[in-house]
Design a protein around this ligand. Structure first.
Ligand code: ADP
Length: 217
C-alpha cells in the first residue's frame, strides 16, 4: 500500500490553524483530516464520525489506557484526542493525514511518529493575534496572549514555519510543502505512486522496465 504523509498543523490558539486547515482540506484532494474524538456533547448539526467521534467519558478514559490516541488533552471539562486508527485509515487509502492540533499535542505526535511533517503557523504579530482572538469573541485574552508568547519559541523545533498573514498566501505555501513531498523520488517510485503523476504509457514502461544508465550519447 503506498504510504502517504502525516502532517501536523499547529499554532497558538487564535492564529488560524482551523481556518487554514479547512482551506487545505477543500483544495487538496489527497489530504484528509484526522477526526478528533471528544467527550463533549454534539452541537446542533454535528454528526458522529464526521465532525467528531463522540465518546462517553468512561469510554475515552479506557481508550487512553489502551493507547488508542496519538495525543490527547483535557480542555476545561472535556477530553479531546487524535485516534491512531484514523491516521492508519487515511494512509491505507493512499492519502495524507492532517492533524490540526495545539503545540503540546504536536510534540506528542512527533515523538510517536517521527516521520510526521510538522508545520508551525505563526501569527504576523501579537497585535494581530489579539485582534483575531477578539474577533472570535474570546474572553481571557491576556492569558491567551501570554500562552502564545510561550508557544511561539517552539516554532524552531518544527519542520516548517509558515506565517498566517494573508490567508491565501499561507494556504499556498503549505500546499507547496505538501506537493513537494509528493514529488520526492522516494515517494514517487514507492509501489504504484508514479501512476498518479500523469505521464504516458511509454514513460511508465521505461520506468518500470528500465535500468538507470546515465552515459552520454
Ligand atoms: P485557531 O484554530 O488557530 O485557534 P481560527 O482558525 O479559529 O484559529 O482563527 C482565529 C480567528 O482568526 C478566526 O476568527 C478566523 O476567521 C481569523 N483568521 C484566520 N486566519 C486569518 C487570516 N489569515 N487573516 C485574518 N483573519 C484570520
Amino acid at each position: 500500500m503506498p504510504k502517504g504523509f502525516v502532517y501536523i498543523l499547529s499554532a497558538p490558539s487564535g492564529t488560524g490553524k482551523t481556518t487554514v486547515g479547512h482551506r487545505l482540506l477543500e483544495e487538496i484532494p489527497f489530504l484528509e483530516r484526522v477526526i478528533t474524538a471528544t467527550t463533549r456533547k454534539p452541537r446542533e448539526g454535528e454528526k458522529n464520525g464526521i465532525d467528531y467521534y463522540f465518546l462517553k467519558e468512561e469510554e475515552f478514559l479506557k481508550k487512553i489506557e489502551e493507547g488508542f490516541f496519538l495525543e490527547w488533552a483535557k480542555v476545561y471539562r472535556y477530553y479531546y484526542g487524535s485516534p491512531k486508527s484514523e491516521v492508519e485509515r487515511i494512509l491505507s487509502q493512499g492519502k495524507d493525514a492532517l492533524l490540526i492540533i495545539d503545540v503540546q499535542g504536536a510534540f506528542e505526535v512527533k515523538r510517536k511518529l517521527p516521520n510526521a511533517v510538522s508545520i508551525f503557523l505563526l501569527p504576523p504579530s501579537m497585535e494581530e493575534l489579539k485582534r483575531r482572538l477578539l474577533g472570535r469573541g474570546e474572553r481571557e485574552i491576556e492569558e491567551r496572549l501570554e500562552w502564545a508568547k510561550k508557544e511561539i519559541p517552539c516554532a524552531k523545533h518544527f519542520d516548517y514555519v509558515v506565517v498566517n498573514d494573508l490567508l491565501d498566501r499561507a494556504v499556498e505555501e503549505i500546499k507547496s510543502i505538501m506537493i513537494a513531498n509528493r514529488r520526492k523520488a522516494a515517494f514517487v517510485f514507492d509501489n504504484e505512486n508514479y501512476r498518479s503523476l500523469g505521464f504516458g504509457e511509454d514513460i511508465l514502461e521505461a520506468i518500470k522496465g528500465g535500468r538507470c544508465d546515465a552515459k552520454k550519447v
